[in-house]
Design a protein around this ligand. Sequence first.
Ligand code: NAD
Ligand code: DAU
Length: 335
Amino acid sequence: MFVPKKLIVTGGAGFIGSNFVHWVIQNVDDVEITVLDALTYAGNLENLKGLPEDRVKFVHGNICDKGLVEELFSRADSCVHFAAETHNDNSINDPEPFVETNVRGTYVLLQAARRFNLRFHHISTDEVYGDLALDDPNKFTENTPYNPSSPYSSTKAASDMLVRAWHRTYGIMSTISNCSNNYGPRQHIEKFIPRQITNILVGIKPKLYGDGLNVRDWIHVDDHSSAVWKILTKGRIGETYLVGANGERSNKEVLRIILSLMGKSEDDFEWVRDRPGHDRRYAIDSTKLRTELHWNPTKSKFEEGLKDTISWYVDNRSLWMGQKDCVEKKYSLSE
Ligand code: NAD
Ligand code: DAU
């Protein structure tokens, strides 16, 4: 078992990274965290509010900055790497930052992990496996061949390949997890669930791409955090673990639940142009993680999780209101 004492969390001011930092502080004693985050449009220091200053330090910087990364890694024993450009729609409009952060940034971190012999956990996505047909009886497993569809998922696939090669060639102490779609508090309002919730709150109709039948496999962000901690501390070095909570739902189904929880008619939305190359379905088989590391999700009641998520956006308007016009203007150019 590995016991992290000085942990670096890249991308810790974003959605999953910040929830992970909160989760660790609430659930684990005796670990100090340094968050390294460039505060792109997706990062927000408010996401780290309320955390104890003696246990969580924030460093504003870029994972592509070799000097800074080496300085931080020289004083740490482990790194969980969340930092990435993460939104598929953005990657279609401008792939360059995705190549820079997701590929080159991961390379810079791996070189530093190699130099300072850090335990390195790489956060990846189920999208590296491409998509499944709606009626395919199979789910993704650790043995599914890589087949990414979008500029985003192809750069994440490339970063996974770097991690695997650095483990095999240089022996770095790495693991990889590929998780399905997360939901919960602190997610950027460009993403599906928070976009629809905040649309309803400001009086804009929710927007559904294509025929609305695309399926995503939803997991609460706290369950992702507990899985990452399990893998970081107990995972076998060099291994990949898939993380999922059997939460398959079509986008239309999810939107109808949100509308109904927010007291609206289930048909009160607009159809908009489909995403180019839109993946049809993701589905995760997380048997390996469950049997080998005895991980189980605890927040599997989707409607309850969504209700809490809606309340979070209602209670934290000041965190997203300033971005709403800008996000919707950007979408209006392609929809
Ligand atoms: P996010 O977009 O909410 O946050 C990304 C964070 O990374 C931001 O705080 C941003 O400022 C920071 N960042 C971006 N470029 C950086 C750089 N060059 N240097 C330092 N910091 C930088 O992302 P998220 O949804 O929280 O996703 C986190 C990770 O989890 C990503 O690696 C993503 O691929 C993966 N993932 C996400 C999901 C999901 O459903 N959101 C599912 C599976 C895997
Ligand atoms: O599967 C894991 C991935 O999940 C992560 O790797 C990505 O970082 C994360 O962004 C997410 O990717 P998706 O493309 O699945 O998420 P997004 O929230 O953009 O869209 C979810 C689904 O909802 C997708 O089928 C597109 C659809 N959609 C999205 C938006 C923003 C709509 O129908 N309407 C919308 O307004």
